[in-house]
Design a protein around this ligand. Structure first.
Ligand code: FAQ
Length: 318
């Protein structure tokens, strides 16, 4: 038996696994092994942090959109990401940890967020690449998570996926315009693809053999497909989209393999990945500083909302 389960009641564990195997969702008040709860606390809150930190590279471009139409779409998309963070924090709170605590862990560097958001959005083509590739990778992962075993997480994913597919199209539309534009615009689109390709592949996490969290998460159907399975799905889906744009993924080994039915590809630079998730990526410090600053500036909103709630409660009692 896994060491993390040694304090669990074997009978309850058996019933729990039977429920999971029968595809019955686990709800907040149901019995769950502590390791299941801890995995969800970490994964859902880190997912929420990713959505919110992910607003930063795109938010930087709101004032520099090339048209009012593009600006309206980008604002709506970024707002959606904030909303996704909120659904996910709510889902994570059902596990008995407050949102304040989750944010405290983030600010103390104890909680992670997706490494991809440590890269910079240097120009408008990057906004296209983020929507196409980063949201595209997020969808592949999140479609799978719609079937996760924890009810509140699964339900949040259903709503989020509907919005993410609009985000992916928003990005792809920008890439189509750039790739079919002037030679300089096409070059910008290729350059953005070159810089965002590998960070997007990193979103699926380490190889299965190096993923310590995967084994129990797969057994308990928190994760429905492994990191490598999802990454390959994304590659197989995205390379033809690049070809349609007349762009080339920055990997000379990325070719369709008739024997496997999948695209081959050159492995990720894992040193870069681990450095980024340990806080040494190109923008880690900047992203966190910005989040802390904005969170502190927003304190009055939270205080006002609590004060209003108390006032309303008093009136209702009176
Ligand atoms: N970045 O054993 P595993 C979005 C960590 S939302 C940073 O494989 P697990 C929307 C991992 O946490 C994108 N850290 O772990 C948007 C673990 O750390 P710990 C976010 C990573 O949990 C778009 C350690 O490495 N999506 O993009 C990463 O079984 C555009 C070992 O890894 C989600 O969060 C990484 N890429 O699998 C917004 C999806 N990969 O705490 C704005 C939900 C791994 O043990 C603009 N999460 N780590 O020290 C998941 O599916 C999983 O948590 C994985 C990792 C697949 C990310």
């Amino acid at each position: 038996m896994d060491d993390k389960l040694k304090n669990e009641d074997p009978e309850l564990l058996k019933e729990f696994q039977a429920k999971i195997d029968a595809e019955v969702k686990i709800e907040p008040k149901d019995y769950m092994p502590e390791a299941y709860r801890q995995h969800l606390i970490r994964q859902i809150s880190q997912h929420a942090h990713s959505e919110v930190i992910g607003m930063q590279p795109e938010g930087n471009w709101i004032t520099r959109c090339p048209s009012i139409r593009a600006k309206k779409i980008l604002m709506a998309k970024i707002q959606d990401e904030g909303g996704h963070g909120l659904y996910l924090y709510s889902a994570a709170e059902t596990l008995g940890v407050s949102r304040d605590q989750y944010l405290k862990w983030l600010h103390e560097g104890k909680a992670k967020y997706a490494s991809v958001f440590n890269y910079s959005a240097l120009n408008w083509a990057d906004i296209g690449a983020i929507g196409w590739l980063v949201d595209g990778a997020a969808i592949v992962n999140q479609v799978s998570l719609q079937r996760t075993s924890y009810g509140p997480y699964s339900r949040a994913m259903v709503k989020i996926c509907k919005e993410e597919s609009f985000h992916q199209r928003q990005g792809y539309e920008i890439m189509v315009h750039m790739a079919q534009g002037t030679p300089e615009q096409k070059e910008m689109a290729q350059d953005a693809l070159n810089r965002w390709w590998y960070p997007s592949l990193m979103m699926f996490g380490p190889h299965d053999g190096d993923s310590p969290r995967s084994s129990l998460a797969m057994q308990w159907k928190i994760k429905r497909e492994t990191n490598d399975e999802l990454r390959q799905k994304f590659i197989d889906k995205t390379v033809p989209q690049a070809e349609f744009l007349g762009l080339t993924v920055p990997d000379e080994n990325c070719k369709f393999n008739e024997a496997t039915g999948h695209y081959d590809w050159t492995d990720i630079n894992w040193d870069e990945f681990w450095a980024s998730i340990k806080g040494y990526g190109p923008n880690n410090k900047r992203r966190m500083k910005h989040h802390q600053k904005v969170h502190a500036e927003g304190a009055w909103v939270r205080e006002a909302s609590i004060a209003y709630g108390k006032k309303k409660e008093k009136k209702e009692v009176a």
